[in-house]
Design a protein around this ligand. Structure first.
Ligand SMILES: [Zn+2]
Length: 51
């Protein structure tokens, strides 16, 4: 199980196993759409780092 956390706001967490709205389970942040933004701070996907 791999979890990621946004390194800009340090609040947004993403669980690869669960996915989220618009993102299929098993999708890593590097495979998010290029226009994906953190729902909390609007940082792009490159700021989602492995916990
Ligand atoms: Zn963020």
């Amino acid at each position: 199980m791999t979890k990621y956390k946004c390194n800009i706001c340090n609040k947004f967490e993403y669980d690869v196993e669960k996915g989220m709205e618009g993102i299929e389970p098993g999708t890593k942040p590097e495979d998010f759409p290029d226009d994906w933004k953190c729902p909390i701070c609007m940082a792009d996907k490159t700021h989602q780092i492995t916990q």
